[in-house]
Design a protein around this ligand. Structure first.
Ligand SMILES: Nc1ncnc2c1ncn2[C@@H]1O[C@H](COP(=O)(O)OP(=O)(O)O)[C@@H](O)[C@H]1O
Ligand SMILES: [Mg+2]
Length: 401
């Protein structure tokens, strides 16, 4: 994956180089007549076709969802025009073309649909290896074709150094683009980590507000409530034992009762509001996730009163997203959260590589299972190679709804 910024620069640099290198050829053909007309036509036509295909294939890569069949076809067109271009061996143009193709190999082979076109390469192997192997094979294939045409046209003697030089150039770009992709990936993981931190901060903030409210509520209940009850009782006694102050005491009693019920109302209201907004935390969590695309289906206001349960839910979603990013190579991740009176249920489905046969659980999935077990919840993980992964979890609310 090259970033859009890299791609833009690459397109412009390539077309500038193409134009600069083309000038002497055109000059020699049209002014000095040192190039044969047929050679010039073949060179011109294949260069033009290459440039057009290059322009549209890099434009395809700039789209959010590049069309895999189109990308591969355009790659073919570029490789073939690079090979035809060697016909007259003009000024090393074909080397330049093959290098430009090599630059696009890893981004194109990263498209999952493209990997599906290569079933023989895919069996049981991790995606990055498929990508690199596919790209290297393509590079060797186009170099062999160039070597063949060159051998036919210009003799076999010069083929070995040519092949060595071509492969050298292409390997260099291939590995640079691989490095750029891994660097981009690390940055994505970092961004994800930031999102996780922000989401947890949100929850913490909520939960500190929550515990503050709870302590105020408790305080009101224990202190004010207790004193007012005592006052009310005392006054009641006074009402019976001191008839002279009857009117005044009766008023006091009414007042105290009003106060008490006021405090009670406040306590109830504070308790009622004391909830954590899981919906907000989940939305924060999925912000800036660079890929897969996350489709979050969660009730508009999923409020949980128990901080532990809210935290477990957010942590599980965090792990699901992280796994989809790190292991699945998925394009889409659907997360659906529903809640009823007893429990929160979550279903997460990705369209990634799926679990390998006999895949052992790591710390992530085991951690989810253990956290859920703390509140009598449970976790199911389903998936087979090439069929994506499906996770189902239940988080009972245990009367904490
Ligand atoms: N969504 C997924 N798609 C494909 N493979 C997955 C997915 N989630 C987990 N896995 C596989 O299961 C393994 C265990 O996952 P996990 O328990 O989260 O541990 P960790 O992420 O630390 O490796 C992963 O190493 C990975 O191979
Ligand atoms: Mg994990």
């Amino acid at each position: 994956m090259l970033s859009p910024h890299h791609l833009h620069m690459m397109r412009i640099a390539a077309l500038c180089t193409w134009a600069v290198m083309g000038v002497p050829v055109v000059f020699n053909a049209l002014v000095r007549h040192t190039v044969s007309p047929l050679g010039f036509v073949i060179w011109g036509a294949s260069s033009l076709v290459f440039a057009l295909a290059f322009w549209s294939s890099t434009r395809e890569q700039l789209k959010p969802q590049p069309d895999p069949a189109r990308s591969v076809t355009l790659l073919w067109v570029q490789s073939i025009s690079g090979v035809i271009n060697v016909w007259d061996g003009l000024y090393g143009f074909s080397a330049f073309f093959l290098v430009l193709v090599a630059m696009q190999l890893l981004p194109t082979f990263s498209l999952r649909e493209v990997q599906k076109l290569l079933p023989t390469l895919q069996s049981g192997e991790a995606a990055p290896r498929i990508r690199i192997r596919g790209a290297v094979l393509w590079m060797l294939g186009q170099t062999a074709a160039v070597a063949f045409v060159h051998g036919l046209r210009h003799g076999w003697l010069g083929v070995a150094p040519l092949v060595a030089a071509y492969i050298g150039f292409q390997l260099y770009v291939l590995f640079s683009s691989h490095l750029a992709a891994s660097e981009r990936r690390s940055r994505q993981v970092l961004e994800q980590a930031y999102a996780e931190v922000r989401a947890t901060q949100g929850l913490l903030l909520d939960s500190s507000r929550l515990s503050e409210r709870l302590s105020i509520a408790r305080e009101l209940h224990d202190v004010a409530g207790h004193h007012l009850t005592a006052l009310s009782l005392n006054l009641e006694v006074a009402v019976h034992s001191e008839p002279r102050r009857l009117e005044y005491l009766q008023k006091s009693q009414v007042l105290a009762k009003l106060l008490l019920s006021g405090v009670r109302e406040t306590v109830t209201a504070l308790r009622g509001e004391a909830t954590l907004n899981v919906t907000e935390a989940l939305h924060t969590l999925i912000q800036n996730v660079p890929g897969p695309q996350i489709h979050l289906d969660v009730p508009q206001n999923l409020l949980l009163s128990d901080p532990l349960r809210a935290q477990i839910l957010v942590r599980c979603v965090q792990e699901i997203i992280t796994n989809a990013m790190r292991h699945a190579e998925a394009e889409h991740l659907h997360i659906q959260v529903v809640r009823d009176a007893e429990a929160v249920q979550l279903t997460a489905t990705d369209d990634g590589l799926g679990l390998q046969e006999g895949q052992k659980e790591g710390n992530g999935l085991r951690g989810m299972r253990e956290r859920l077990a703390e509140v009598a919840g449970h976790l199911e993980v389903h998936g087979a190679p090439g069929q994506g992964t499906r996770i189902f979890l239940t988080l009972p609310l245990g009367g904490n709804a």
